[in-house]
Design a protein around this ligand. Structure first.
Ligand SMILES: [Fe+2]
Length: 168
């Protein structure tokens, strides 16, 4: 039986994963609007991935006999000045999610809830991968001195994201 404070945090994480999915869908739509098909495809790949994260948390709550409570979702940011801002926002968001997962893991340890702590190990590894992914893109952006302006650097980054999307 899960403790009430753990159930509350896991339900909050269900919502957070849904928010992430919507955020990436909005980033994909923003990219599509700007004619950045590669970036649009890259962000779109994250949409079902985040919903799969949501489902993992829901499945765990079910397994533990705990109730799932879906809350309201905030609208994701829709306006960005350029693609660099979008990538930076995605990276910042993933770091925030990492902190949320770490926070639940910390609580699970405090409560000696080793099942929840164990379940979270998958997410801890997943968050490391997400951070590595976005840091890698920011490294490429720095490499071609891309500041968000149209031109050759923009063309390269869009193509780079298109290739990355194939690997996700
Ligand atoms: Fe996620």
């Amino acid at each position: 039986m899960l403790k009430a404070n753990i159930i509350e945090k896991l339900n909050a994480q269900v919502n957070a994963e849904m928010f992430s999915s919507n955020m990436y869908l909005q980033m994909s739509a923003w990219s599509e609007d700007k004619g950045l098909a590669g970036a649009a495809e890259f962000f779109k790949k994250h949409v079902p991935e985040e919903l799969a994260h949501r489902d993992k948390f829901i499945h765990y709550l079910f397994e533990c006999g705990a109730s799932v409570r879906i809350g309201a979702l905030e609208a994701p940011r829709a306006d960005y000045n350029n693609l660099v801002e979008v990538i930076e926002a995605a990276y910042a968001h993933e770091k925030k999610v990492t902190a949320m997962i770490n926070d639940i893991a910390n609580l699970a340890l405090d409560e000696r809830d080793f099942n929840t702590f164990n379940m979270l190990q998958w997410f801890i590894a997943e968050q490391r991968e997400e951070e590595v992914l976005f840091r890698g893109i920011l490294d490429q952006i720095a490499l071609v001195a891309f500041k968000g302006q149209s031109g050759e650097a923009m063309f390269h980054i869009n193509q780079y994201l298109q290739r990355l999307a194939q690997t996700l």
